[in-house]
Design a binder for this molecule. Structure first.
Ligand SMILES: C[S@@+](CC[C@H](N)C(=O)[O-])C[C@H]1O[C@@H](n2cnc3c(N)ncnc32)[C@H](O)[C@@H]1O
Length: 237
C-alpha cells in the first residue's frame, strides 16, 4: 500500500503507537528517536515556531508542546492519525494537509519530520523539501530521519514485498545531501544510531532489559550497522 494511504486507514492509525512503541524494544526505539531529534533542536528558543510534518498521532508533537514552544503545528494528510493526536495532545494546532502543498501558515523556525521522509521516492522527496524550505525562515532548522538499515535495498525490498507499506528504494546519504542543497538547505549534522534487532529487544523479562542496556552502549558506536540516520539541515540565507 502507498505510504500516503496506509495511515488513512483508521485501524492502522489506532494501532500505530501500540504496535511500534509500547514493547521494551519499541520504547527503546522511541527513546533513541526522541533523543536524536531533540538534541538537534536543543538550542531553539522557546519563542520559536515549530512544525511537526507528518505528525501522525502526535508522538513528537506532544514533546514539542511540553518544551513550551510558542507555536506548535502538527501537519498530516490523514484524518485518522490527526484524530488520535487530538485525543491526547493539547496545546498544538493540528492541520490536515499534504506535505506536497503546505498551506500559508506564516514562517517557522524549525520543521521536524520523523519516520516520514524515508518513505518517499526521489521526486516526492524533492517536492517535500521545496515545500519545507518555503515555510521555513532563513536560517531555520529542518530535522528528519532516514533509514540506513544493514543493507538498505534488501531491507526495503523485503518491507515492500510484505505488501503492508512501501518504503523508497534508495536512501543513499549522498543523494539526500545533494537534494537538500539543491532545495536551499545546508547540511549541518548527520548522526547514525544503531539499534539491535527488535526481536532481541522484545525478548521476555531480564533478557530484554539487558538487550536495551547493550543497545544504549552500542547506539553511537556502530555507525556502519546503523538503523537510522538523523539529519539536521539549515535553510540557507
Ligand atoms: C510513520 S508515521 C510517523 C508519525 C510521527 N511523525 C511519528 O514519528 O510517530 C508517518 C505519517 O506521515 C503521514 N503522511 C504520509 N504522507 C503524507 C503527506 N503527503 N503529507 C503529510 N503527511 C503525510 C502519515 O499520514 C503518517 O501519519
Amino acid at each position: 500500500m502507498q505510504f500516503e494511504d496506509f495511515y488513512k486507514v483508521r485501524r492502522n492509525a489506532e494501532r500505530y503507537e501500540r504496535e511500534r512503541f509500547s514493547s521494551v524494544g519499541g520504547r527503546e526505539v522511541d527513546r533513541v528517536e526522541q533523543e536524536a531529534v531533540f538534541s538537534f533542536i536543543s538550542s531553539l528558543k522557546a519563542s520559536g515556531r515549530v512544525m511537526d510534518l507528518g505528525c501522525g498521532t502526535g508522538r513528537i508533537t506532544s514533546e514539542l508542546v511540553r518544551r513550551g514552544f510558542r507555536r506548535v503545528v502538527g501537519i498530516d494528510v490523514s484524518d485518522a492519525m490527526l484524530a488520535e493526536a487530538k485525543k491526547h495532545v493539547k496545546g498544538a494546532e493540528f492541520i490536515r494537509s499534504s506535505m506536497f502543498s503546505l498551506p500559508e501558515l506564516g514562517t517557522f523556525d524549525a520543521c521536524v519530520s520523523v519516520r516520514v521522509i524515508h518513505h518517499l521516492r526521489y521526486a516526492d522527496m524533492k517536492r517535500a523539501f521545496i515545500q519545507i524550505r518555503r515555510v521555513l525562515k532563513d536560517g531555520a532548522v529542518f530535522v528528519f530521519d532516514t533509514n540506513r538499515a544493514f543493507s538498505p535495498n534488501a531491507v526495503t525490498k523485503l518491507a515492500n514485498l510484505s505488501g503492508r507499506l512501501s518504503y523508497n528504494q534508495f536512501t543513499c546519504d549522498k543523494t539526500v545531501m545533494k537534494l537538500l542543497m539543491d532545495c536551499g538547505f545546508s547540511v549541518q549534522m548527520v548522526e547514525r544510531r544503531f539499534l539491535i534487532p527488535s526481536f532481541m529487544l522484545n525478548a521476555s523479562g531480564p533478557l530484554a532489559a539487558r538487550a536495551a542496556g547493550i543497545n544504549r552502549l552500542l547506539e553511537r558506536r556502530l555507525p556502519l550497522l546503523c538503523a537510522s540516520t538523523f539529519w539536521k539541515a539549515r535553510a540557507a540565507k
